[in-house]
Design a protein around this ligand. Structure first.
Ligand SMILES: [Zn+2]
Length: 62
């Protein structure tokens, strides 16, 4: 599976969220055709959420 990174609200540097690898990403498409991914932060285990482009979303769902 392709590696997915997202901003983690819990892993902060200088009070800013940092990019972390998402574990167990689940990609879904909403009724507006928008792709998003949900998973857990590999660093802190917290929940992560990210909107994805259609290109990335389709690639992840394969
Ligand atoms: Zn984190």
């Amino acid at each position: 599976m392709q590696e997915l990174k997202a901003l983690c609200m819990k892993c902060r540097t200088d009070n800013k969220p940092t990019m972390q690898v998402m574990n167990n990403p689940v990609v879904t498409k909403n009724d507006k055709g928008r792709y998003s991914a949900k998973g857990q932060c590999s660093a802190c285990g917290g929940n992560m959420f990210k909107f994805m482009s259609a290109t990335d979303g389709e690639a992840m769902m394969k």
